[in-house]
Write a protein that binds this ligand. Sequence first.
Ligand SMILES: *[C@@H]1O[C@H](CO)[C@@H](O)[C@H](O)[C@H]1NC(C)=O
Ligand SMILES: *[C@@H]1O[C@H](CO)[C@@H](O)[C@H](O)[C@H]1NC(C)=O
Ligand SMILES: [Zn+2]
Length: 511
Amino acid sequence: MNQVVRAVYWGALAMTCLVAVLLVRTYTFDDGSHLFAGSWEPGVQIDVSFSDQERRVLLEEFKDAIRIPTVSFSQTKANTTALQEFGDYIRKVFPAVHSSHLVHYEVIEKYSHLFTISGSNRALQPYMLLAHLDVVPATDEDWDVPPFSGEEVNGFIYGRGTVDDKHCLMGILQALEYLLQRGYEPRRSFYIGIGHDEEIQGLVGAKNIASTLQARGVSLSFLLDEGMMIFEDVISGIKKPTALIGTSEKGYIALALSVKTKPGHSSFPPPVTCIGILAEAVSRLERTPLPSMFGRGAELGTFEHLATQFSFPLNVVMTNLWLFSSLVSRILERKPATNALIRTTTALTMFESGIKTNVLPPSAKAIVNLRVHPAQTVKEVLHLVQSIVADERVKVEIEDAYNPIPSSSYSTDAFGFQTVKKTIKDIFPDVLVAPGLFIGASDSKHFQNLTKDIYRFAPVLFKPEDLSRFHGLNERISITGYEDVVKFYIHLIQNADADKLPGLHKQSHEL
Ligand SMILES: *[C@@H]1O[C@H](CO)[C@@H](O)[C@H](O)[C@H]1NC(C)=O
Ligand SMILES: *[C@@H]1O[C@H](CO)[C@@H](O)[C@H](O)[C@H]1NC(C)=O
Ligand SMILES: [Zn+2]
């Protein structure tokens, strides 16, 4: 054979082998979906069947919770009248919770709440459910109905807090109320924490709930907070609704860039002023995205769990990330929402300079908000930013920062993850479940000393058009959606009573 023929021959053989490997991997890929053949013990003993009267009451109580304007206006300003009123409200509408000998109730820092529910088996490690009662501001302008009216329109309840986070808060307490009224006694102890300042970082509420528990020597099996949801038509290539349980959370940096130059009259200016120098620096940052970290954080778990659910040919790509990861990374970076999964993002959020039309500005300052991918640290990102700015005239200083929260386990023996997953499957049998990277921020970061296993998930369906409702206009939840939230927690509390996970059972694959 001459050399060309030989090369073609070997090339074709290599290609055939590669295609064979890709296809074998695609159709034998283990996504863990057939685990847990054993039954969940003791499982759900009290099943949910709301009477019409109970449904009416739980909806009215939810609407009334929306009507109390518990707004965190700014870092230092909140409606404390409303925060106080909210505390009075939950004490009134959940009588069983507040009178049960199994529940110990405390107010933390005036407006936050901590419930300790004693289980019968003290050998079981307790867990915690977390929610927050404050909301971001909203004005009547541009809403279809006033944001604090709790009005019902076409099967939806509208209002600020309906999906952030009063649905979880009321759902958790309503579930406990329901169970206690039916004589339920938990086996595993648990805590319910309700913070009052999550929207302004939880530095008083959640932080002090956590330190109260830490001082008592509490160590948690797992913690569940708000966060990701059940996404429908959000992940391209996946038809079924998919519940993503946030197992990791991005870090945060507010970075101040500043430049000082000599003030003077603008009629004889130097070649550049501080505005020009700083504008160039921030523009370089905007044009130079930080490197893709795809495959090195919780987002990898998402694709591994869902790989076989993608339609052809995406399933071949997703089950063979060893070969295609840079291709997938390039596809993900095209949309802002998926770009945020694969890298530390850079957002220029503030720029201040200048005092008068004819005066050279003495200083310019910009704020860059970076959200740190879990595969990087604040320090590493700072070095990268400095090397991109590469201008000694620009001073770079951290105003506020924290590192990404390490990933919680989503393995087959992770009790918290599997308990949440089992509960999702109880209430929403047709959804897929996978771990995910939460790109927002939640109160749960204050609880890192109490547990390694923090999960961020709220049991509601989310469609692409809902994205703008968060902290935006016409925030809403469907009536059946809210009932499902309550059912979810009724099941979760009972599922968490299991001593341990049921026996694992792996089917062997037949080719
Ligand atoms: C604060 O909340 C109370 C109800 O608790 C309400 O009457 C009042 O209008 C609210 N104030 C502001 C500024 O939103
Ligand atoms: C964890 O505990 C240490 C030691 O008590 C404390 O300094 C630190 O602030 C705690 N971290 C959090 C996130 O609360
Ligand atoms: Zn929230």
